[in-house]
Design a protein around this ligand. Structure first.
Ligand code: URA
Length: 213
């Protein structure tokens, strides 16, 4: 994580940014409400990073506020930005199908959120600064909802939640821990749409998740 941060700082330096000693991030000063609806309101008014300038809607997350199973994606895409709802585009349709057909749950039974709550321009991967700035919202969501299982959809979601940079093909289907919760990384549904042959492995991961609920 430190290496990633350093890499990013060097890029910014190359682009002309300057360093300041004793920088204190805004996020440390922000108080987070302990109630999900209040947190949502605060998040919807957030202007802490540049993604707030280009978003149409904040995509806070949705689902059962007492869900035992929570999915964490990377960032809203075009449809999500337009509607303010997570995973409603093509990838979202696949995720919903998996929830219903493999896990035999309803979408409303689980909670779905993302690492960052605003769409990055052209669906690029969120930067470490954007992810770290937005992360307190996600961590507070996790605290309030208190799910037993967190499913990270794709490498980016896992990397930013767990501060571990590893290929998704190496870690998928393994069980990690965040606080007392189980964390299971698996392929992002967009990846499965582009690489249908990976569906077999993803299916195994979801059967494992099903056996744990
Ligand atoms: N991809 C994500 O990671 N999240 C969404 O909400 C939609 C697509």
């Amino acid at each position: 994580m430190n290496l990633l941060l350093l890499k990013h700082l060097y890029k910014l330096k190359e682009a002309g940014d300057e360093y300041f000693e004793g920088f204190e991030s805004k996020e440390q000063k922000i108080k987070m409400p302990n109630e999900l609806e209040e947190l949502k309101k605060q998040c919807e008014n957030c202007t802490l990073c540049d993604l707030s300038k280009t978003r149409t809607n904040v995509v806070f997350g949705e689902g059962n506020p007492k869900a035992k199973l929570m999915f964490i994606g990377e960032a809203p895409g075009e449809m999500e930005d337009r509607t303010g709802r997570p995973f409603v585009g093509r990838a979202g349709k696949l995720l919903t199908k998996i929830i219903e057909n493999v896990l035999e749950l309803k979408r409303d039974d689980v909670y779905i959120a993302n690492i960052v709550k605003c769409r990055p321009p052209n669906n690029r991967v969120p930067t470490i600064i954007e992810a770290e700035t937005c992360k307190p919202y996600l961590l507070k969501q996790i605290d309030i909802i208190n799910p037993k299982i967190l499913v990270c959809l794709g490498k980016t979601a896992f990397m930013y939640l767990m501060n571990m940079d590893m290929p998704i093909s190496k870690i998928r289907g393994q069980i990690f821990k965040y606080k007392e919760k189980k964390v299971i990384p698996t392929y992002h549904p967009s990846y499965l749409l582009r690489n249908p042959s990976a569906k077999k492995e993803a299916y195994k991961d979801f059967l494992l998740i099903k056996s744990m609920i």
